[in-house]
Design a protein around this ligand. Sequence first.
Ligand code: ATP
Length: 305
Amino acid sequence: MMQIFIPLNFLGFVYREMKGALANIEKMFSLLRVKPAVADQSEASDLQVQEGRIEFDAVRFGYKDNREILRQVSFSVLPCQKVAIVGASGAGKSTLFKLLFRFYDVSDGSIRIDGQDIRTVSQESLRRAIGVVPQDAVLFNQSIKENVRYGRVDATDEEVMAAIHHAHLSDFVRQLPQGVDTLVGERGLKLSGGEKQRVAIARALLKKPPIMIFDEATSSLDSRSERSIVASLKEIAREQTTLVIAHRLSTIVDADKILVMDQGQIVEQGSHSQLLEEGGHYATLWRMQQQERTAGMGEETPVAS
Ligand code: ATP
């Protein structure tokens, strides 16, 4: 019996190890799964980012020919501005990001970064210039410190610690049994949505690309986590042009500009106070989320979930 038990037990161990490894590989592939439908032009030059100004000029786009997803979208983001995009699920917010990353080419119009049409630059240089904080960051079965270091693998320990500090993770890390050396991920400590997103912010702060896109987690956050994310977003936006898909309007009241999207179009744009004054779609959403807060639910219903 023992003879059978040991190999089975061992096999179970190997299986669990493999399953863990496969889960990570699967996640890696799902991250890379979006196959670029575009190719570099033969004379593509490297993107030169001097300031980080982004312009969407009359952009039209559809994944398939018969269905237009973005219709005549125009907006600009000035260097080091923070621009938030809000709108119902399916409005086209993520599609804007995919086009900026040039996973697809626009059907009409253009996207420019510091005056350069992104179709004319190498994809490698374009993606190097843009950092992404995804909704659900992938954590590897390593320490917090090493997980943050993925932002820039040659970063020194001091730089990693500074990024952890600026991502408002220090207090959280201090409470962990081995501090920054605590193992996280599937076989380590499970982090909440907000904590994971702050690890992603720390990675992004370490990478420090001139343009940052931030996809706010739709998962519910306690108000402390939310405050930390807002504060760390401020750190990012201080020196980088930042585009945020926001689900909780309270996290973007300080944005330089808010774009309200509906069915592939920008239907309103302006600062928080301008949009409230306009009394349109945004003002209605704001009132709804505020009512939920004061009703004691503590958490806002995300605009898009
Ligand atoms: P959410 O807040 O739910 O993420 P969103 O505003 O980001 O929504 P998008 O993901 O940009 O919306 O999707 C806009 C539209 O494009 C949706 O109707 C969606 O079904 C469609 N769409 C998104 N990705 C693809 C794809 N790869 N192929 C075909 N259609 C797609």
